[in-house]
Design a protein around this ligand. Sequence first.
Ligand SMILES: Cc1cc2nc3c(=O)[nH]c(=O)nc-3n(C[C@H](O)[C@H](O)[C@H](O)COP(=O)(O)OP(=O)(O)OC[C@H]3O[C@@H](n4cnc5c(N)ncnc54)[C@H](O)[C@@H]3O)c2cc1C
Length: 283
Amino acid sequence: MVQEKAKILLHRKIARDHYRMRLKAPSAARGARPGQFIHIRCREESPYDPLLRRPISLVDVDPTGGTLDIVYKVMGLGTRALAQMPEGSKADFIGPLGKPFAFPPKGKRAVLIGGGVGIPPLVFLAKELLKKKIKATAFLGARTKEWVICRDDFRKLGVPVHVATDDGTLGFHGSVVDRAAESGRVAPATRHFLGSRDSAASVAGDLVFYICGPTGMMKAAAALARRRGIPAQVSLEERMGCAMGCCMGCVVEVNTEPVGSHARFQRVCTEGPVFPAEAVLWR
Ligand SMILES: Cc1cc2nc3c(=O)[nH]c(=O)nc-3n(C[C@H](O)[C@H](O)[C@H](O)COP(=O)(O)OP(=O)(O)OC[C@H]3O[C@@H](n4cnc5c(N)ncnc54)[C@H](O)[C@@H]3O)c2cc1C
């Protein structure tokens, strides 16, 4: 983990309210892993307005070229200021931070379920899974087609992508979790499997879910995984203060090992953001 002032090599609008930024950050790029994030100052000229940095996940990392990419949505004060930073200026960040996704054992297939700005970390994950010869399928959810992001990133990797929009303007009309649930890869013993050589149990037994997005979506995807007996990891997006484990601003209640024992508070910035889905006490 480093603190760096990194040159902004690229900063482009990629969808309505969404931007992609590439930082020249060779030291951080060397050890970065999928699921990790950077904590970035949103202004160069008046770095303490806003006072707090903002956590943003890594969407891609090139250790050879020494670059980190992020994709973010303009939400409020911080990301609005971030969007004003020109290419060529310097962004001050700390990272990579947080516990990454755990890779599944060989022979498993990954189902990536992302909603909104929960999608970017799944792109970096897909890239690293493919290097390990683990196949992945992506299910992406957005409110409307103008907010669908990263579809081309998955396509470039050769990962099959299924889109769902709340208003039906692109892909499946409804929730991304419903779209994943009705996929032949994830469905229980339904008509999808009639005539198939695979039994539902053997298909589910091959799978592992990786989930990131709004809380309601993650809760529904975690419930789907539980019903189907599929192991799942979720990446939580709590609001953060320090992102270094000191301020306790981002704690969530989780079951500690063994799962089902007493709940404890854990910090999303340091014990997370990735947790086993069954450990999270959804509210
Ligand atoms: C580990 C982690 C990884 C993240 N990765 C990404 C990413 O890759 N791309 C991206 O766009 N965003 C990501 N986020 C969310 C991002 O940090 C927030 O959107 C950002 O901090 C908002 O700052 P702001 O100053 O623009 O908004 P604020 O002015 O602080 O808030 C504006 C609105 O956004 C809401 N909001 C702020 N932070 C969050 C949050 N964490 N979750 C839900 N609602 C929030 C507020 O409640 C408010 O309604 C991530 C968050 C975490 C914790």
